[in-house]
Ligand binder design. Sequence first.
Ligand code: PGA
Length: 256
Amino acid sequence: MNKTKNKKLIVGNWKMNPNTLEECKKIIKMYRRESRRVNNIDIVACPPLPFIPACISRTDKSISLGAQTLSQYESGAHTGEVSASIVKEIGCEYVILGHSEQRTSGETNSMVSKKIQMALSAGLTPIVCVGESVRDEAGNYMNTLRDQIKSSFADLSKKDAKVIVIAYEPVWAIGAKEAMSPAIVYEMLLFIKKVFADLFGPELALKLKILYGGSVNFRNAADIVSIGQVDGLLVGRESINMSGFGDLLKVVDMLG
Ligand code: PGA
């Protein structure tokens, strides 16, 4: 893929869908077709891991592939787990880490931090999800967010911090009816940059790529990107919607 700095990054998180390889091939074909219609977007597909090899094309590099998680361990006796090197070996370039659905099944900030290190040593780009579960009047959700960022990136060098992508996903907006309002997305983006600047300095914070995720669809994507000022989107349901995803790419592409 010919990546340029200013392109938007759109990541499709397929979660545990679809159930068949045949369906998977149809979706990835749609991704390749749609990728040829846009100029200003880098597309990353994150299908279920066993389907990744079937999604790789030796000739068509228009889309990248990503995993939805990986193990905090390097190798060894960890039944059912998949290491960063295996993820890289089968052809992934990205990995989603700290997704709220993983956090619900027990992933902690310290595990996310270990997984980030594993991903980086394997040469993968970590897309690290952060986001509050509720928005309380007292603003405690900001502390949650600050804690997630500070503890996940605590052991990171400045060199590694340059590679990180943050996906801001307010948990209450995932799988919901409506996304966060674009104006609030922008406020949260500034807050995340501030916390990142406290850790790594303003220069890296300015360069940090921040995606928004949570009920993004083809109708709200353009506003979230233009008003929210994010560098891209982490898309769940709409990423496997055969017509919706193409439309989403089109409206974001038109923003230039
Ligand atoms: P959604 O999921 O777009 O279906 O809300 C987003 C996510 O969980 O990454």
